[in-house]
Design a binder for this molecule. Structure first.
Ligand SMILES: *Cc1c(COP(=O)(O)O)cnc(C)c1O
Length: 392
């Protein structure tokens, strides 16, 4: 065996989907059925998903980005409006606001959990604020119980970018039931995957109907019925919609993943516990804090470096882990540091000092249900070694 092959085998990826024979069989069954695109499996997945999170309506889509876009469409966002969104998030959260020509008003986060700072939200509210988009970072719910009274007082909508937060809960109430509209992601690295996919959930029937229609060219009724025996060929276009529908292939995958979700989540939680037990005692690191009033999906396990106690910076730390063939990532490069937001809105790094500072010391470790305890221990050993070599 050459050294290269040996290294390739020994590499521990940052993320791997957890696909069993059950998912493969479900997909093959759809392939054999003759119905590939939006049809009975999508209907079934929507029903099962709505029931799972306890929401009245679920609209299956081809991404969470589409779900966020349709959420803002449902509330009637316009070009003169503003949406408050944390800078510490993925591109999708803010770009969908720009789709309407509206302004994303970035706010800072709090250091404890990297989630949006409700005080900063309140300071950013103005007459043009139509919505606040919270992000449940890493799966940790943000302070929806504090955002709800603000939304009621100022009359804006709450949209949840819950791409990380399946399943998560705050005060015993599932994510999906806090905001007016919630978007989940089924991208390949997310806690439940359909390859690509997303779900929009809401209790508001007219918003759900609008999202359903806009997800398929703005036609006036469930398009799949057009082709089925009881449906008709007639349809009406009520708005210039989009092409965001989920396929039955993806929905079949999602239905099996949903049945396996509690088992997969339990495994991630046990990996998180193993990391915390081992890494929590290193003075050079900070591990994620636990909050008694919320549960997390453990989509990400983010450690933070105490840079004042180390002779390496975050990038060198990541390089050292990669020399040990351990995959890592960084969540996130704050939006205000990216050229588009920097140049369009004139932001500087210190406009959101907490996000900027935390970004420079975060490392996301591998955490996925297919990891073995030996894989986890290998990450722990590599980190312990790198910390020992770089301790000041
Ligand atoms: C992954 C992700 C999205 C986008 O999800 P897609 O399904 O890929 O569109 C949105 N927001 C956050 C915070 C994400 O991590």
């Amino acid at each position: 065996m050459t050294a290269n092959v040996e290294r390739a085998i020994r590499a521990l990826p940052f993320s791997l989907p957890d696909i069993t024979e059950a998912e493969i069989e479900a997909v093959v069954e759809v392939l054999r059925s003759g119905w590939l695109t939006t049809g009975p499996k999508v209907q079934e997945f929507q029903r099962a998903f709505a029931e799972y999170v306890g929401a009245s309506h679920a609209v299956a889509l081809n991404s969470a980005t589409a779900a966020l876009h349709l959420a803002l469409d449902a509330i009637g966002l316009g070009p003169a409006d503003e949406v408050i969104v944390p800078t510490y998030t993925f591109a999708a959260s803010a770009e969908v606001i720009r789709y309407f020509g509206a302004r994303p008003v970035l706010v800072d986060i709090r250091a404890e959990d990297l989630n949006l700072d409700v005080g900063a939200v309140e300071r950013a509210v103005g007459p043009r604020t139509r919505a606040v988009m919270g992000v449940d970072l890493a799966g940790q719910p943000c302070d929806w119980h504090l955002l709800r009274p603000l939304a009621d007082r100022y009359g804006f909508a709450l949209v949840d970018d819950a791409a990380h937060a399946l399943p998560s809960s705050l005060q015993g109430r599932a994510i999906g039931r806090w905001a007016d509209l919630t978007a989940f992601s089924f991208y390949a690295t997310k806690p439940l995957t359909t390859g690509e996919g997303g779900m929009l959930v809401t209790d508001n029937e007219s918003w759900a109907r609008r999202a359903q229609s806009m997800s398929l060219h703005g036609v006036s009724h469930d398009a799949w019925k057009r082709y089925s025996a009881e449906g008709s060929w007639y349809y009406e276009i009520t708005a210039p919609g989009f092409k965001y529908n989920m396929t039955d292939i993806a929905a079949a995958l999602g239905l099996v993943q949903l049945r396996r979700l509690s088992e997969m989540t339990a495994r991630r939680a046990s990996i998180a516990d193993r990391y915390t037990a081992a890494l929590g005692s290193l003075a050079e690191l900070e591990v994620p804090s636990a909050y008694p009033d919320r549960s997390t999906s453990w989509h990400l396990y983010i450690v933070r470096l105490r840079l004042d106690r180390l002779r390496c910076d975050r990038n060198q730390f990541i390089d050292a882990l990669s020399r040990e063939h351990v995959g890592t990532s960084v969540h996130f490069i704050p939006l205000h540091l990216h050229p588009y937001y920097r140049e369009t809105y004139g932001y500087g790094p210190d406009d959101f000092p907490v996000a900027y500072r935390e970004y420079q010391r975060v490392v996301s470790l591998p955490i996925y249900s297919r990891m073995t305890n030996a894989d986890v221990d290998r990450v722990i050993e590599a980190i312990t070694r790198i910390v020992a070599q770089n301790r000041l």
